[in-house]
Write a protein that binds this ligand. Structure first.
Ligand code: ACO
Length: 325
């Protein structure tokens, strides 16, 4: 029995925020953003639109592609670090919006690695017989935790959602391996200080913008490159494969220079790596499932091809999923 990706979906908000728009907000330039990140534009959710609003249409599309009805879904895992609320989980909101009445639903908090963590968890749930299928979603509204006066972070992120349906099936297709890792000692390099029990909600928290994401970009960059390369290597080694066997690498879409450096460390051609960060920026946990859905729908990879997904995020967290589509 293999755990297969039976369907994929994505949803991006309509509003486009260009680098030219950001030039009007902070001391930055289109040239700096493109040269240092590769990002040209990103999508921003309208006021009042929350993570489950983006997750639900992405999930519907994935279910349609899998030929499944919401009532058949047994597990919903949402990777998000911008949930609708602290609780209930965004997954519970998605369950209700879909009408997936039979599903157990919960969130996974692993910043940008939330989707890969979710796939790993759902894969094990199905393998162990606890459920027959799962909807795994990455959904983020990072625009809600950005300090729009901080040029070092506000140019990087965007909003969106992507989803997959996993289910057991026969044949060659299926997940070959999942590897997930964490290092909490580096939490101070990438975090949102406020809103939890450390810095409780006070008027100061808002005036000091402690709800907003903080990142030491430079040190995070270096760890991201090494960690993503390690996660890719362990997937290849465990499966007795080399880069030559892989049809496509779908990396977390944080920065084009990170992707180039990972490709170099692995000795792989950059053209093997799928890129959409130029259009969407870093959509955190949504970035890999959005890219996967594009790859499947635009035919860049198809049935029987090996796809290697590699992630890195706050925590630090990182990992990989190797799948035969
Ligand atoms: N426009 C113009 N100048 C800028 C901007 C900007 N938007 N942002 C920073 N600068 C300036 C800095 O102030 C600095 O100026 P200084 O030399 O006068 O001090 C200079 O540019 C260089 O800054 P660095 O931070 O060294 O720039 P770097 O090349 O490292 O790029 C970036 C910054 C894009 C953030 C990069 O470090 C990066 O991508 N880091 C990793 C991001 C990542 O992978 N995060 C993990 C996933 S996200 C998650 O999990 C939530």
């Amino acid at each position: 029995m293999k755990i297969q990706i039976a369907g994929t979906g994505r949803f991006l908000p309509e509003k486009v925020l260009t680098n030219a728009d950001l030039e009007k907000l902070v001391a930055t330039s289109n040239q700096w953003i493109i040269e240092r990140t590769g990002i040209h534009e990103r999508r921003i959710a309208a006021e009042g639109v929350c993570a489950s609003d983006l997750a639900t249409p992405a999930a519907r599309q994935a279910l349609e592609a899998a030929g499944m009805k919401p009532e058949e879904v047994e597990l919903i895992v949402v990777g998000t670090s911008t949930p609708d609320m602290n609780f209930p989980s965004t997954a519970c909101f998605v369950q209700s919006k879909l009408g997936a009445v039979k599903a157990v639903a919960f969130d996974v908090l692993a910043a940008c690695s939330g989707f890969i963590y979710g796939v790993s968890i759902a894969n094990n749930f199905i393998k162990s017989g606890q459920c027959k299928n799962a909807l795994v979603i990455g959904a983020e509204v990072y625009s809600s935790i950005i300090n729009w006066e901080d040029r070092t972070t506000c140019v990087l992120f965007g909003d969106g959602a992507g989803a997959v349906v996993l289910k057991a099936g026969e044949g060659e297709s299926g997940i070959l391996s999942t590897h997930i890792f964490s290092d909490g000692s580096k939490s101070a390099d990438l975090y949102t200080p406020g809103g939890g029990s450390v810095n409780r909600f006070t008027p100061d928290l808002v005036s000091e913008k402690k709800y907003a994401l903080c990142m030491k970009g430079n040190s995070t960059f270096k760890v991201a490159v090494k960690s993503m390369a390690d996660a890719a290597r362990v997937a290849l080694e465990q499966n007795g494969l080399t880069g030559a066997d892989i049809k496509i690498v779908i990396p977390h879409q944080a920065n084009l220079r990170i992707v180039s450096a990972v490709a170099k460390q692995l000795g792989l051609d950059e053209s093997l790596f799928y890129i959409n960060l130029d259009r969407y920026g870093n959509t955190a946990a949504a970035s890999i499932p959005i890219a996967l859905d594009e790859v499947v729908r635009n035919g860049r990879a198809g049935k029987g091809d090996l796809a290697l997904m590699v992630t890195f995020g706050g925590g630090f967290t990182w990992g990989s999923v190797l799948v035969r589509l």
